[in-house]
Every structure is written in C-alpha cells, then in structure tokens.
Design a protein around this ligand. Structure first.
Ligand SMILES: CC(C)(COP(=O)(O)OP(=O)(O)OC[C@H]1O[C@@H](n2cnc3c(N)ncnc32)[C@H](O)[C@@H]1OP(=O)(O)O)[C@@H](O)C(=O)NCCC(=O)NCCS
Length: 144
C-alpha cells in the first residue's frame, strides 16, 4: 500500500468508492476542481496500482483546511489505511502552515466520528439536514 497524490486517471475508481462508501454521485469536474485548488490536499491510497481509498480537502478563504471527502473501500477498512492517509494529510497541512482542519460527518456515522476524535477533532455544531437525504451533520474541528 502506498499513499500518493491524486491524478485525473483516478476519477473512475474514486467515483466508485464515493458511490459505495459515501452514497454520493459527483460530476467529474468536482474532482478536477478540488485537484486544481490544492494538489497536496488530494491523496490516494493504492494497492497494486489500484486506488482503494482517498482523502480530498480544500483550503478555505480564511486559510483553514476543509476535508470534503474521506473514504476507504469497505473491504480494506480497519487495517490502518485511513490512519496513514490522515497522517499524510496532516503533514501536508503542516507544510502549508495550516493549523486548523474542519469537516462534516453524518450524525449516524459512529465509526468515522470515533476515528476523527482519535485524531483530536472535536464536535462543534449540529448542521440540521446537512445531507441531501435529510440527515443532520456534525461539524468537527481540529486545531493544532
Ligand atoms: C472513516 C474511514 C475512512 C476509516 O478508514 P480505515 O482505513 O478503516 O481507518 P483505520 O483502519 O486507520 O482505523 C479504523 C479502525 O480500525 C482500527 N484498526 C486499525 N488497524 C487495525 C488492525 N490492524 N486491526 C484491527 N483494527 C485496526 C483502528 O483502531 C480504528 O478503530 P476505531 O475506529 O474503533 O478506533 C472508513 O471507516 C470509511 O471509509 N468509512 C466510510 C466512509 C466514511 O464514513 N467517511 C467519512 C465521512 S465524513
């Protein structure tokens, strides 16, 4: 397994992970835009040349990082791949002088919330009906 920067050829594999793990469907242009905004904030975990997970983040106008998507293919979870991607991402933030990371997570997503808490993210506010299916979200924030 290795962590490397995203390249546009990854889009079909990532779109499959997004459909399965995040239950969303995004246009190709979204991935290209994220890539253009901040190359070091878009990371791929690959095994034998095939993407099995990714983390995509942008830098918001006030200079903090925002994780937009983060997922590992279901068959590859609980093996430390998410941890390695998050470690690499935090390293990218440090290199850019970023000391604040925010993200949103479904209130029902206990596994991800536990994962983020271990990384020092704290629950801040509830975002009513944040998701397209009507579920509430939590905003989580890490400062370091
Ligand atoms: C959140 C997510 C990305 C984490 O990825 P992951 O690769 O499973 O993460 P890790 O393996 O590093 O850690 C997950 C758990 O496995 C455990 N783990 C890590 N290595 C392990 C190993 N070798 N054996 C057993 N357990 C292990 C970790 O301790 C952690 O447990 P905990 O959450 O109960 O504390 C993944 O669960 C996922 O894709 N979820 C669906 C999409 C999603 O919800 N994304 C977040 C949206 S905001």
């Amino acid at each position: 397994m290795r962590i490397r920067p995203f390249v546009p050829n990854d889009i079909p594999a990532i779109a499959t992970i997004v459909r399965d793990a995040l239950r969303e469907n995004y246009p190709t242009s979204l991935y290209l835009d994220i890539h253009r905004w901040w190359r070091d904030g878009f990371l791929i975990a690959e095994v034998n040349g095939h993407p099995i997970g990714f983390l995509a983040a942008v830098i918001s106008s006030d200079g903090q990082a925002r994780i937009l998507m983060f997922a590992v293919s279901s068959g590859w979870r609980r093996q430390g791949i998410g941890r390695q991607m998050m470690d690499a991402f935090i390293q990218s933030c440090v290199m850019r002088g970023i000391r604040r990371i925010e993200l949103e997570v479904r209130v029902s997503n206990e596994e991800a919330i536990r994962f983020y808490k271990r990384y020092g993210f704290e629950l801040t506010t509830v975002l009513p009906k944040f998701y397209t299916d009507g579920e509430d979200g939590y905003k989580m924030l890490k400062q370091f």
